[in-house]
Design a protein around this ligand. Structure first.
Ligand code: SAM
Length: 229
């Protein structure tokens, strides 16, 4: 059977999965990530959790087509209900969902969550909310990555248990991404700044509070991008 080709986004998520991991992939859709990682010999075993029947069926089918049923178990389940403590999983991936939904999934069973060593998360939006949630619930960011694929920008965050101090700027922009300020990071925030400036121009002067909030956000971005005016 041919090696599973996966997107740059999923491959980057996979690059943070430790060698020999027992992986839970929540919202696994086609089970592409666990299939690719088993084929590479990177993980020992995986549970692919999926809450919707259609994607669950296609995950089952793909795992069977690759004859990987002994290594990857596909489970129809909502969030963390996909695994039990007895499964002895150590690494969790939740990718391709909104940051708010990812934090709700994590918050649903914090005791079970605490049995895991590493979380690898790829929110499609609200990255700041997810960073806040991790920070407030005993998880430390150990790495972050930003990448572009097919015109979209994705952020990936990797967390392990512990505590750290994060400034509000770090929560918003990501502590590692902020330090690195890569070209993609700068493009992302430049675009965001332009979007907010256009929105500000449309807000009437009488909506003072709304204008203040946007002006403040634009200023924060300018500071990070080091734009003096
Ligand atoms: N993780 C894959 C990726 O990054 O390419 C698939 C992303 S897809 C956009 C999101 C998947 O998560 C969908 O198949 C959806 O049904 C599933 N999903 C959403 N909420 C879920 C939940 N609470 N538990 C399990 N799966 C969920």
């Amino acid at each position: 059977m041919q090696r599973k080709q996966i997107s740059k986004r999923l491959a980057t998520v996979g690059s943070f999965v430790p060698q020999g991991a027992r992986l839970v992939d929540i919202g696994s859709d086609h089970a592409y990530l666990p299939i690719a990682l088993v084929q590479k010999g990177q993980i020992k075993a995986a549970i692919a959790g999926e809450v919707v029947a259609g994607p669950y069926q296609s995950a089952c089918q793909n795992v069977a087509e690759h004859s990987l049923q002994d290594k990857i178990e596909v489970r129809l389940a909502n969030g963390l209900a996909a695994f039990e403590v007895l499964d002895q999983m150590d690494t969790l991936v939740v990718a391709g969902m909104g940051g708010r939904l990812i934090s709700e999934i994590l918050a649903a069973d914090e005791e079970k969550l605490s049995t895991l060593k590493r979380l690898i998360l790829q929110p499609n939006n609200h990255e700041d909310r997810l960073r806040s949630w991790l920070h407030e619930h005993g998880w430390v960011l150990i790495a972050e990555e930003i990448l572009e694929e097919a015109g979209k920008v994705y952020e990936i965050m990797v967390a392990e248990k512990g505590s750290q101090t994060l400034s509000s700027q770090e929560v918003c922009f990501g502590p590692y991404l902020l330090k690195e300020k890569s070209a993609i990071f700068q493009q992302k925030w430049q675009k965001e700044q332009e979007k907010l400036s256009q929105a500000l121009a449309r807000i009437p002067a009488t909506h003072e509070l709304e204008r203040q909030v946007l002006t403040q956000k634009i200023q924060e971005i300018k500071e990070v991008l080091d734009v003096s005016k």
